[in-house]
Design a protein around this ligand. Structure first.
Ligand SMILES: [Zn+2]
Length: 314
């Protein structure tokens, strides 16, 4: 299924839980969507209602931008096309601050619930909305809820045909909604008949014969920070590998309106929202972070991806 390539990421001699910040560059990524657009609320907040709800995505993303600016971190923002169409100024603001603009699909639909043709329409529409907003070519894609699974590997072919260079949608874990448990844990190349693209998997540690997720989102909020820190330090220092970390703007917004979803979804979504921002500050000071594109370049030993050509603005 996968053709993994050994990557030229140098493993240094690291102390157990003290990683020299500059030695391993990790990827900091943000999935830019509003609090009511998450897959867990699909059944209770239909897409037709989205336009009528209070939007908090701009203010929350701006708070993340301030945090990244104050810590000198550049990140990758995987943005919904729906958000880009309504708030193109936000996309321009993110790009103007030196961050990478990438694609999170248009309407937050799970890839494995779409046909290849529907998926193509969704990513094409999203990529166009983002590129129209900021004038920079979009090369990276992340599926809503990591929904490229064994059922939807055809998505790689569509992404290649639509001009994407890398993907970050395969979580190598067991989960009720996503994951390919035996997929590689570190950046690798996916080879398909139509070409190759890089995959940046969500961060995991190997424990008891299983991959455990440590890479952000709910895992960052639900587990103590000491666990996240130890796990990332282990991957950076002992394995000499980067991690791909992710979070959402709504995760730093404890005051967001509550959605009447099932208890498990409410727990996953609302637990520890007030702790995310202070934890993120600690994380940004404990480890080095850059964009997903930079991580791919490091892994590929190439600078080609840095040259995102500017598109003609109409
Ligand atoms: Zn999402």
């Amino acid at each position: 299924m996968f053709a993994a390539k050994t990557l030229p990421v140098a493993a240094g001699a690291f102390a157990p839980f003290k990683v020299p910040r500059h030695r391993v560059l990790n990827a900091m990524t943000v999935d830019v969507e509003d609090y009511f657009q998450v897959s867990a609320f699909d059944g209770v907040v239909p897409r037709e209602r989205w336009d009528g709800l209070e939007s908090r995505v701009c203010r929350n993303t701006e708070r993340l931008l301030e945090l990244f600016a104050s810590t000198g971190v550049t990140a990758t923002f995987f943005i919904l096309g729906w958000v880009a169409d309504r708030f193109p100024g936000l996309v321009r603001q993110i790009a103007a601050q030196g961050h990478e603009i990438a694609c999170h699909g248009y309407a937050h639909q799970l890839v494995y619930e779409l046909t290849p043709a529907e998926f193509r329409d969704d990513v094409r529409r999203a990529k166009a909305a983002l590129e129209t907003a900021c004038g920079v070519e979009v090369r990276g894609y992340r599926a809503p809820s990591y929904s490229i699974t064994a059922r939807s590997l055809w998505a790689f072919d569509v992404l290649l045909q639509e001009g994407f260079t890398y993907d970050s949608s395969v979580f190598p874990i067991r989960h009720d909604r996503y994951g390919i448990p035996d997929a590689p844990r570190h950046p690798y190349v996916v080879r398909r008949p139509g070409g190759e693209l890089w995959e940046l998997p969500g961060a995991t540690v190997r424990l008891g014969g299983q991959n455990l997720p440590v890479g952000g989102g709910g895992y960052f909020r639900l587990f103590p920070y000491a666990w996240t820190r130890s796990a990332i330090a282990h991957v950076n220092a002992r394995e000499g590998k980067p991690v791909m970390f992710y979070l959402h703007p709504w995760e730093i917004d404890p005051d967001q309106p509550r959605v009447n979803a099932p208890p498990v979804s409410r727990f996953r979504h609302y637990q520890n929202l007030a702790k995310t921002e202070p934890r993120l500050r600690r994380l940004l000071s404990d480890f080095s972070f850059g964009t997903a594109a930079t991580l791919v370049q490091t892994a590929a030993g190439s600078t080609d991806l840095l040259r995102f050509p500017a598109l003609a603005m109409s």
